[in-house]
Design a protein around this ligand. Sequence first.
Ligand SMILES: Cc1ncc(COP(=O)(O)O)c(CN[C@@H]2CONC2=O)c1O
Length: 283
Amino acid sequence: MLYVDGKWVEAGVAAVDPEDRGYNFGDGVYEVIRIYKGKLFQWDAHIERMERSAKEIQMKMPWSAQELLDIAKQLMDKNGITAQDDATLYMQVSRGNSPRVHDIPGDVKPVLMGFARKKDRPLADQKKGLKAALIEDIRWLRCDIKSISLLGAVMVKQYAKDTGAQDAILHRDGIVTECSAANLFAIKNGELYTHPANNLILKGITRDVVIELAAKNGLTVHEKPFDTKFLLQADELFLTSTTAEVMPVISVDGQAIADGQVGSVTQKLQTLFEQHIEEAVLV
Ligand SMILES: Cc1ncc(COP(=O)(O)O)c(CN[C@@H]2CONC2=O)c1O
């Protein structure tokens, strides 16, 4: 069951207006929110980021955080997500339905769409790590906006998959930014490095949690750019996202990172993240 523009719609039933600007232009914003044991994780941070993304594209959000929460809860209920289930919630706001013109119509009404589906945590991959490929970052220069214009992210992930890797580590002229749908951390001599939160990356919520956990546990975090040489000489690599959590990367372009095993600092952060989930206030 989906929620589309005020209506509950069975999956697979056409519900998008052919002139929805989200459909025609990718003109809209979205969030993917983790559900652990039937409750929403980091809800406030996701809604705050969604509202910022909307503001950055000059789109007024007509729903309050509480109205969005009510719809989210109904989505979870209508899709049979119980207190035993891990799941994800997808919420998207397109600018709305209007005859196709590039400039922003004055009278267009945003369209809210959402779905919720059960999704296990990627615990097996977190134990063994992923293979990545270094791919040029061909995306636009407002990656800080969580936009549904994701063709760039689609292409770089496919380029990586075509090489036999599982994700792309992106770089702009040799400076590492992030992954196709995740932030990236390198560890060197026990210290964490990650790209600063600017227009070249999405300020990930999981990234923020990991930075806070690292600092609280005596790990130094450098939010500063590093190059592909530093990346390949790192002691450990991991990516972070709502769906991947803290996900080790053990090789890049077929080259093992250090001994090609999941590193001890990454494992420590995985444990700290696990504890954080247990202790966090979920809604
Ligand atoms: C480009 C990009 N960078 C970083 C992140 C990590 O941000 P969060 O830690 O806030 O999730 C995402 C999340 N992408 C979501 C997460 O899962 N699927 C997605 O599209 C992303 O798309």
